[in-house]
Design a protein around this ligand. Structure first.
Ligand code: DAO
Ligand code: DAO
Length: 204
């Protein structure tokens, strides 16, 4: 057995378990296109979940086979929306990321999800999140960002292990996780693996 998983496309290595015991469900790649033309690899990501938290879903899904759960929109939607501990670990692979481009990408990606789930432009909530993207932060290649949902729908963001912000919002948690295992994810193959991992967790 190993204690980390390496993404073959980027060489980025993901610990199989986080310090607080969340386990790796699947890994993927966030790409972006430059002027709609060239596709750039921006960061590799891994999605982790708290096995104890998943037990909350046992009553509802425990008797359903993994082969069905791995395709169930309702199941993966419940993991996205309920108060279950999830961490998304990002490692930057693009070498020239500016905070300005992070901010505008974020307004697009997370902003579109806030709109999808709340039906309105949640500028205040988005602003509470993006206000922590201080211009003095640097995100050179290799930087690690962790975004975690903690008890009570608190979204905690860390850069290289240091907490840079916390926002309590069910809607923001759901919107960020939707990027990785929602209906229109950044990496479809990754989403399938993550969902399979989540479904398998219920067997334990
Ligand atoms: O302007 O050089 C450029 C292209 C950069 C693309 C930026 C995509 C940003 C993705 C968000 C990263 C979040 C950590
Ligand atoms: O890839 O579009 C995206 C969204 C990325 C979400 C994570 C952003 C958190 C970045 C915090 C950086 C603070 C400087």
């Amino acid at each position: 057995s190993t204690d980390s998983t390496v993404d073959p496309k980027t060489g980025v290595s993901f610990p199989d378990v986080t310090k607080d015991g969340r386990r790796l469900m699947g890994i993927g790649l966030r790409k972006a296109s430059l002027l709609g033309l060239k596709s750039l690899d921006i960061y590799a990501f891994g999605v982790y979940c708290d096995g104890n938290g998943m037990k909350e879903l046992s009553d509802k899904y425990g008797a359903i086979p993994v082969s069905e759960l791995q395709k169930s929109r309702e199941f993966v939607g419940d993991v996205r929306d309920q108060d279950i501990g999830i961490t998304v670990r990002l490692q930057i692979v693009y070498g020239r990321l500016s905070i300005g481009s992070v901010r505008s990408a974020f307004e697009k990606s997370v902003g579109s999800r806030l709109k999808k789930f709340s039906g309105s432009d949640d500028k205040v909530l988005l602003g509470r999140f993006t206000s922590m993207f201080k211009d003095e932060y640097k995100l050179p290649k290799g930087s690690v960002i962790e975004i975690s949902r903690e008890k009570g729908y608190v979204l905690v963001t860390k850069i290289d292990g240091k907490v840079v912000g916390q926002v309590q919002s069910k809607l923001l948690c759901q919107s960020v996780l939707d990027l990785y295992f929602g209906e229109d994810p950044f990496d479809r193959k990754a989403k399938e693996n993550i969902q399979y991992g989540l479904a398998s967790t219920l067997l334990e």
